[in-house]
Ligand binder design. Structure first.
Ligand SMILES: [Zn+2]
Length: 485
């Protein structure tokens, strides 16, 4: 096989007898890379999967039983769980406690250093669960009708456990690696992100120089009658929360005041809620529409295929903007969420305020946005103050070897699936790691129905057991190939 390949290559490259040295050099180089390729194929082919898949299911049940509801988190218990597994497999690892009960864990399998590291990032905390709303206890890991229940089964103990399994399999099977394979599980993603923030502030060396990072932010929906869409998270919008405060003369409600604080605030807010920031089509969003076009009936199929062109038609732009699930991908958005005036009906307050959940697209400059916003507000007497700590939105290009590899491996397992880049409306920790120059993707290997997907952060969060078994194999293949190319 290898010889045949080399001969073909030599013929195609037009290498004849008059260039013997070059031929030998080319053949030597080819032999090494072909050998590496064969070695990897042999490695993948030699793995006996059922025991690893059984272990995945069993460990997942154990992981779900560790209550890491945040607050308070108690991620140290989860870090110790991973620590025991890694120690048993001989994988160097370190727990970084940073507050009572709170810790991150870092593990690494060294590569030969030819390529820059790949990081598998996951958070160990979960949101709280009200057991009275659940069919099965939220920290049980119990299985019913082929589905495993537990808080974190979707977000993101499933992905975290699969990432840990990939580390264990890589160590036990002696995976050849051209880059370091890093596992980083953090605390407090769901509330304040202190786990990753602490890690990057105190131990940036653990991920410095990494080329790629895989974490949450991907989702693979089985849409009945339409097919499966694998969304790879490539960027997120950034929250720019604003508080608008109007002040004025207070008084008795029986004697209206024409320019009272609430009156001016409401008039200005009316201008804001009637405003639509301009469309700014980002390359991954354009690519997303092109990828999902085949699932659409005409004329949308044609329009989605070339969305940039279609959006030039104001009627189409308007109708697309009316779809909530598409609108937020196209522009910065503003949601009015908090309104506060007087607490008594007959009192005109001297202060009224509102809060807006503004989300900016990657690449947007908050100063430019605020300039536009002020002119829409058209009332300089209203004070605008930030209501959160703004973190500049960023994104990763799909033009990268890891993205192509994900597409390739997903299609091996699900030939009909559509793989499309996704821009998230919410925040993920990728934002912090991209600032270090790391290409970050939200990639998940589990395919679920919208019904199961909707249990994330809700009651009866669960994951199909078969998907865990299948998912560990897919993730391993992606990672094994990624650390060798
Ligand atoms: Zn999460």
């Amino acid at each position: 096989m290898m010889d045949h390949f080399q001969n073909t290559f030599a013929r195609r490259a037009g290498l004849g007898k008059h260039q013997p040295h070059r031929v030998l050099l080319v053949l030597a180089a080819l032999s090494i890379s072909a050998f590496a390729g064969t070695q990897l194929e042999d490695h993948l082919g030699a793995i006996v999967w059922p025991p690893y898949q059984d272990e995945t299911v069993q460990l997942m049940r154990g992981y779900l039983r560790i209550d890491t509801s945040n607050p308070p988190g108690n991620e140290l218990a989860a870090a110790e769980f991973f620590h025991r597994l890694f120690d048993q497999a001989g994988i160097p690892n370190t727990i970084y406690p940073y507050a009572p009960g709170r810790a991150n864990i870092y593990a690494v399998i060294k590569g030969d250093g030819t390529l820059r590291p790949l990081v598998l990032l996951n958070h160990m905390d979960v949101v709280q669960a009200d057991p009275t709303k659940w069919r099965l206890p939220p920290f049980s890991g119990e299985i019913l009708n082929g589905e495993m229940y537990g808080r974190g089964a979707q977000d993101m103990k499933d992905e975290g456990l699969l990432q840990a399994m990939v580390m264990l399999i890589a160590a036990r099977q002696h995976l050849p690696l051209k880059r370091d394979l890093i596992f980083l599980a953090t605390a407090d993603e769901e509330v304040n992100g202190t786990g990753s923030a602490w890690m990057l502030e105190n131990h940036p060396e653990t991920v410095r120089g990494a080329e790629f990072l895989i974490t949450e932010g991907g989702s693979n929906l089985i849409i009945p009658g339409r097919g499966t869409i694998h969304s790879v998270g490539v960027g997120e919008k950034a929250p720019l929360w604003l508080r608008l405060t109007a002040t004025g003369r207070g008084g008795h409600g029986s004697i209206p005041i024409a320019d009272s604080a609430p009156d001016r605030l409401v008039k200005a807010l009316a201008r804001v809620v009637n405003w639509q920031p301009p469309i700014r089509l980002l390359p991954p969003v354009e690519q997303f529409f092109r990828m999902i076009a085949p699932l659409e009936p005409e004329p949308q199929a044609t329009q989605f295929h070339d969305i940039r062109k279609a959006l030039q038609d104001p009627a189409f732009a308007q109708s697309l903007s009316r779809n909530e699930m598409y609108n937020f991908l196209l522009r910065d958005t503003v949601s009015l969420t908090v309104l506060q005036g007087s607490s008594q009906t007959n009192v005109i307050p001297d202060t009224a305020y509102a809060e807006l959940d503004v989300r900016l697209l990657p690449g947007e400059d908050p100063k430019v946005f605020l300039g536009q916003f002020r002119s829409v507000l058209a009332d300089d007497s209203i004070r605008i103050t930030p209501a959160n700590r703004f973190k500049p939105p960023n994104s990763s290009s799909t033009d990268a070897s890891l993205y192509r590899l994900i597409e390739q491996v997903v299609h091996e397992y699900s030939p009909q699936a559509i793989v499309a880049p996704a821009l998230g409306g919410g925040y993920t920790e990728s934002q912090m790691y991209r600032q270090l120059g790391i290409t970050c993707y939200g990639f998940n290997t589990l395919e679920v129905t919208p019904e199961v997907d909707a249990t994330e952060h809700a009651a009866n969060e669960r994951v199909p057991v078969e998907q865990l078994r299948r998912g560990v194999k897919i993730l391993y293949e992606v990672v094994a190939r990624a650390v060798n190319q």
